[in-house]
Design a protein around this ligand. Structure first.
Ligand SMILES: [Zn+2]
Length: 140
């Protein structure tokens, strides 16, 4: 892809040491906002899930088969949302920690700098695209 070719030759290939304090601060602000957003979403999802369960306990007695089936699906969707949000929140938190200790922007897999364009799109990324897909392949 043309975009990727430009990426390698472009500014994104510079090392993390090239990042100014101002840029680091910008990233920190973005990550912090992201972390807080995710935290709010996560807490909302947990509260929503608890409400769902209470309703469920409340009218379980009158349930027919189809009803309890759709509730199970609803509950599954809710718990997978909670898991996703928790994952993302942990990731943002982790990126903030790396920013604080100065390792932010370097891949956790191969230790090479992560292209700035990737960090721009995914500020909480802690691996490069290659290592991320390697990791996912191993996990699958
Ligand atoms: Zn890597």
């Amino acid at each position: 892809m043309l975009v990727n070719g430009a990426l390698i030759k472009g500014k994104g290939a510079e090392t993390v040491k090239g990042r100014s304090a101002e840029e680091t601060e910008q990233i920190r602000v973005v990550l912090q906002a992201r972390f807080e957003d995710l935290n709010t979403e996560y807490e909302d999802a947990v509260a929503q899930n608890q409400k769902l369960r209470l309703v469920e306990i409340g009218d379980a007695a009158g349930d027919d088969q189809a009803d309890s089936g759709s509730k199970t699906a609803e509950r599954d969707a809710a718990s997978s949302l909670i898991r996703t949000l928790l994952d993302r929140r942990t990731q943002a938190e982790h990126a903030l920690q790396r920013l604080a200790d100065g390792t932010y922007g370097n891949c956790e897999g191969c230790h090479k700098p992560i292209p700035a364009e990737r960090l721009f799109v995914f500020p909480s990324a802690t691996t490069c695209v290659a290592c991320k897909s390697n990791r996912e392949r191993r996990a699958a």
